[in-house]
Design a protein around this ligand. Structure first.
Ligand code: THU
Length: 529
């Protein structure tokens, strides 16, 4: 018997992580989507119905192997590990989504003000700015200066407006309120708007021109809210690693936890910058947001445009992958959904897909995971950085097949049908083909027809024409928690002997770690004809 311990030092294995967020590429409605008005939302499925979608590279990686994404085409020899992640935070916007993937959960959504801001906010705003307020409603940015610009010029009052997003926008004519003053006003407003008034962004919206022909100047400036806790980015930076932002990442984190940033005008520039960074030497994280999917196509309900943009990304990806080095990890994911075919232009509460690709990454399927924060936990572990969040690192499973089998057996416990014993048992069987078949125990009121988890897994595999097997992991316990080893019963051992040689590895999961045995050890004198 051999005892294998859980973790080894992964510090040296990876030098760079590229985390690319395809903004709004949702992988299907979350179980609570109806509470957000998003029952049935499914961004990726809407895209799959467009004739413009052509994503051979993502399919090569194995996007279609993700739970629920089989309609994109499954792949028997995927190149990437896949899973989908649920959002634990109470929201569906970019800020909260990115914060969660960096380890910070938001129990409340960022506040929106469809009726305008309450009196107490405006009173305080006027006190600190010494100016009155015009508008105070959700408004289009160009219309608001056309409708209120002249009055603003006469009175010096500030044009305050919002949108469906969590924003406090302040428009002012550059000759009435000099830019430096407008920026000071925005900074003070940012400091003022905390707690239940903590909007995602305060935005300076300067304009120029005369009544009838006002135009916005390029001096817009965003003041984002800081993440309300330590992020994985902060921890990486603190540890002396590079943390590079591409696109709106810098805004979403209010510039915190970054060592460099590259602003971009959209997907094309974001992809170009990322392709330049892959040629450069850095040690740490390159965190990229490609915003066009959401901004240009999702919100505008343009499924063909969205599908086209994903097709373009796929083509770029085919050229990017060969540039990755031995010690690189690529993660491709999203931050929320924005189904272009649902009945609103708003974001949608969806799972996010996650693909992980690298020379030392096993192309395993990590199922459905409970929080985006698993991304933060994984990246922190990759760089050996102390960081605690509610996420669980996937690194062990991504780099060690036994750990993956162990985790798959634990996940298989969930479906156990065991009303009589109360013991949930899960098994994960690795076939010579590389495929993993999971199984759970299925009990029966007559007791003897009960099928053990191991035999469920074997039955599934053999009925899919598998005949050769390498390893099987077994996990069991009450209440879904591994409580001790569950060695296979005599009948299961005999079934194993039918299909496997004496070298079959049987992994018995323990509350911490696991033990490994061979079939020869567990069945020294099995029956055969
Ligand atoms: N069981 C398994 O599924 N596999 C094992 O290795 C040992 C036992 C199940 C059968 C039954 O549903 C429950 O555990 C309690 O005996």
């Amino acid at each position: 018997m051999s005892i294998v311990n859980r973790q080894k030092d992964n510090k040296s294995r990876f030098k760079r992580v590229f985390l690319i967020v395809l903004d709004s590429l949702g992988a299907g409605a979350l179980p609570d989507a109806a509470e957000f008005g998003d029952a049935g939302a499914f961004t990726l499925r809407s895209l799959s119905r467009s004739e413009k979608l052509f994503i051979p590279t993502l399919r090569r990686l194995g996007i279609g192997n993700t739970e629920g994404l089989g309609f994109l085409g499954t792949n028997d020899s995927p190149e990437a590990a896949v899973c989908k992640l649920a959002e634990k935070s109470n929201g569906k916007d970019s800020t909260i989504g990115h914060w969660e993937m960096a380890g910070v959960i938001s129990p409340n959504p960022l506040p929106t003000f469809p009726e305008g801001f309450p009196d107490e906010v405006l009173k305080e705003f006027s006190r600190i700015t010494g100016r009155g307020v015009l508008c105070n409603k959700p408004y289009s940015g160009t219309q608001v200066i056309a409708d209120f610009g002249e009055q603003h010029m006469c009175t010096g009052d500030l044009i305050v407006y919002t949108s469906a997003d969590s924003v406090f926008q302040i428009a002012a004519h550059e000759e009435v309120v000099p830019l430096s003053e407008l920026y000071r006003i925005c900074e003070a407003t940012r400091k003022m708007l905390v707690g239940r008034y903590g909007v995602g962004r305060v935005i300076a919206r300067p304009f120029e021109g005369s009544p009838g022909s006002f135009v916005r100047t390029p001096h817009r400036h965003d003041y984002s809210i800081e993440p309300p806790g330590e992020t994985m980015l902060d921890a990486l930076k603190e540890a002396g690693l590079d943390v590079i932002s591409v696109g709106k990442i810098k805004d979403l984190f209010a510039g915190r936890g970054l060592t460099a940033s590259h602003a971009t005008s959209g997907n094309a520039e974001g992809m170009k910058t990322t392709a330049e960074l892959v040629e450069s030497d850095f040690n740490g994280l390159c965190f990229v947001n490609l915003v066009d999917f959401d901004m240009l196509y999702g919100h505008r309900q343009d499924a063909d445009g969205y599908a086209n943009a994903l097709t373009e990304f796929d083509k770029w990806l085919s050229e990017f992958l060969p540039k990755l080095r031995e010690d690189d990890l690529l993660m491709i994911t999203a931050d929320h959904g924005c189904d272009p075919s649902d009945d609103s232009t708003d974001h949608t509460r969806e799972y996010i897909p996650l693909m992980m690709y690298g020379k030392s990454i096993l192309p395993v399927n990590l199922g459905i995971r409970p929080t985006f924060a698993d991304i933060a936990a994984t990246i922190a572990e990759i760089f050996g950085v102390e960081y605690t969040c509610c996420g669980n690192s996937m690194l062990g499973e991504l780099t060690d097949l036994r750990q993956h089998l162990v985790a798959s057996a634990v996940r298989a416990m969930e479906n156990s049908y065991s009303p009589y014993s109360g013991y949930k048992v899960g098994a994960a069987l690795l076939a010579a083909s590389g495929r993993i078949y999971s199984g759970c125990n299925i009990e029966n009121s007559a007791y003897s027809p009960t099928i053990c988890a191991e035999r469920t897994a074997f039955a599934k595999a053999v009925s899919e024409a598998e005949r050769e097997f390498r390893m099987i992991a077994v996990a069991g316990g009450k209440d879904g928690i591994v409580s001790g080893i569950f060695p296979p019963c005599g009948v299961c051992r005999q079934v194993m002997k039918e299909f496997c040689g004496p070298e079959l590895e049987i992994i018995l999961v323990e509350p911490e770690g696991y033990q490994s045995h061979t079939l020869a050890e567990l069945l020294p004198c099995g029956f055969s004809l």
